[in-house]
Each structure stands twice: as C-alpha cells, then as structure tokens.
Design a protein around this ligand. Sequence first.
Ligand code: FAD
Length: 363
Amino acid sequence: MKLDVLVVGAGFAGCVVAERLASSGKSVLVIDRREHIAGNAFDKQDAAGVLVHQYGPHIFHTNAPHIVEYLSRFTDWRPYEHRVLSSTDGKLYPMPINRTTINSLYGLSLDEAGIAAFLKSVREKRDRIENSEDLVLSSIGRDLCDRFFRNYTRKQWGLELSQLSATVAGRIPVRTNDDDRYFTDTFQKMPAEGYTSMFQNMLNHPNITLELGTSFQQVASRMQAAEIYYSGQIDEFYNFRFGLLPYRSLRFEHEHLPGTKYFQQVGTVNYPNDHDFTRITEFKHLTGQKHAGTSIVREYPQSQGDPYYPIPTPENQARYEQYKQLAAADKHVHFIGRLAEYRYYNMDQVVAAALNLMKNSLR
Ligand code: FAD
C-alpha cells in the first residue's frame, strides 16, 4: 500500500500531525494498536452513562493562545478549574500546599508574610539540588515533606524521593496565599463534549484513513510511506537495541456509585499515606455532567503494564539519548510525543510540539 504519510498513534501527537498534513493535501493513514482514538486522553460513557476518562483524569490547561485557537477548531469548551485535596491523618488539606494547608494543619492563623516566614524557618538548606528530596526539603522542610510527598512518591514511582530527578517535584508549586486551584494557567477548560469527540473532529478529513487495533510492527512491511510520524515507544521502534526504557504504569479501578450525587468535595483527593491507590477522581466535577449517580476512578501505581510515566533518572535519560542518536539518522521517521521522546508532556505541550514540527515541515 502506497501513501504519503503513515502516522503511528492516534493520541494528541499523532492526531495533530495527521490533521495538519491532511489539510495540506497529503494522504495520511493513522494507525493505533488500541481499539480507540484519543490516546491516553480517551473518554467515553460508562455503563451508567457517566462520561469517564479511561486512563485517569485529564484536565486541559495552557498559557498558549495559539494552542487554544488550534484546538477550538474542533471543540467548544466548558470552564473548569481543577482542585485537589490531600488526605492526611484523616483530614483534607488543599494541594498544592497553600496558606490554608499550613494554617489548618498546625492550628495557625498566619497571613501571607507569616506563611513565607514559616516556610523560611522550616526549610532545610541545601547547597546543591541533586534530586527531588533536596528540592522538597529545601522548599517546605521535613514535616510537610513527610506528610504530603514522601509516601506519595514511594507509591507513585516505587522510588524514594532521593532517587528521583528534581524535575519531578519541581512540578509542584507551594503558595503563601489561599489560591487552591491546582493549575494557574490562563486557560483552564474542558472540551465541552469530551476529548474523544474533539479527536473525532480532528480526524474527520477526506485525506485521513484510520485503522484501529493495528500496531506499527504489524504493518511496517506492507506500508510504503514516504514519511512516518511515530508516537509510539522509541525503544520498541528499535527493537530495544539498547535495552528497555522503563515506565511507571497504573491500574485504573473505575466504579459507578448509583444514587450517590457526589462522592467527594473536589475533582481529585490524594491519599499519600493510606491505601495502595494514590488518588480518587470523581468525573462529574471535571465534566459538569448532571446524573443521579456518580463515577470515580482509583489509581494504583505498578511497575508492569501500559507505559504511562517515563521514570526520570540519569541512567534512563542516558539510554534515551542513545536511541535519540539513532533516530536523528532516520531522516524519513519523525519521533513525536511522550513515548517517542521519553518525556512527561502535558497535553498542551504535545500539541505545541506537534504544531511546531508541522510549521517547520510544511514550510
Ligand atoms: P498518547 O496519548 O499515549 O498516544 C500514543 C498512542 O500511540 C497511543 O494511543 C498508543 O496506543 C499508540 N501506540 C503506541 N505504540 C504504538 C505502535 N507501535 N503501533 C500503533 N500504535 C501505537 N496531561 C495534561 O495536560 N493534563 C492532565 O490532567 C493529564 N493527566 C494525565 C493523567 C495520567 C494518568 C497520565 C498517564 C497522563 C496525563 N497527562 C495529562 C498527559 C497526557 O496523557 C499526555 O500529554 C498525552 O496523552 C500525550 O499524547 P501522545 O500522543 O504523546 O501520547
């Protein structure tokens, strides 16, 4: 079979590339080894009719107007600001840590300047930040670290804070004010009809053909594409020549609770110290759907299973660099997205990277 372009993976990376290339007149085949589009952002109605995110909660947020402009061609939006509470010692506290967290945890009534001074007093001095433990201890001190981060990290990554690169904890802000929003981006909205519907609109182009339940490895020999855009695992593409790039996986336990209007106060509650799961998300908060019952998901981190989070250690990064060098020589294959670039990407960052790549290739 001859085509202009083969796109491997129907997630954000693959679908943005496919849409752009198809709109420029190229014939594009999109394949995905899963039986659905939308990658990890896939959502669907569960048996009770509640819209749920199959692979855990996906909240869209960005500061980039050009990404909003692009995606708005395929979806309307509903406003949603995500809020997270963390359950520790049987009580719920805002996460990220803010003024309310510290005042209610320690029975204080500090103002913003008081919180800044409190944090200064509990911080542990580090001359060099070499890992996530250094970063957290030098930012919020040992007690807050132990209550909210240490065990969560053990569960989430199967690693100690000290074994993880500082970039992991670097994503978690600490606030001296009462802002309890999880994100502070200028644009925080959810696709009005859900992610899958948005992806359907992206792929709805006469130049795009879609084959689901099809892996690249199955079709590589029969497809002759001038160019390949590959958003699968880069180590798999090269038959694991330099060894496996490790990922942290998750098991998602979905549950519908008939007759329960709301299960919890906010979209997500973290459980750093109790249970085997890390967090519970209740989808009706995210989607605004009205329903007599509610649907939740518990996330259980595990070492085996679908690849979700690249594990950011120096060894893994060095192995990835070896694959990247091979990839640089493969001129007709473009590696894009979280699996191909072995990095944690938010959705807006993947869209930005794909649009950027397209801007350069379609010049
Ligand atoms: P994916 O969405 O994973 O798509 C890749 C696709 O390629 C998959 O469908 C896969 O089946 C397919 N594929 C792989 N290999 C092959 C092959 N060999 N042949 C055929 N098909 C193949 N981001 C946010 O911005 N906000 C959030 O709230 C958020 N929450 C998240 C929660 C969880 C639990 C996880 C794991 C991620 C979250 N993310 C979030 C990140 C978000 O999922 C990613 O940014 C996004 O999915 C990346 O898109 P992608 O196209 O690179 O990868």
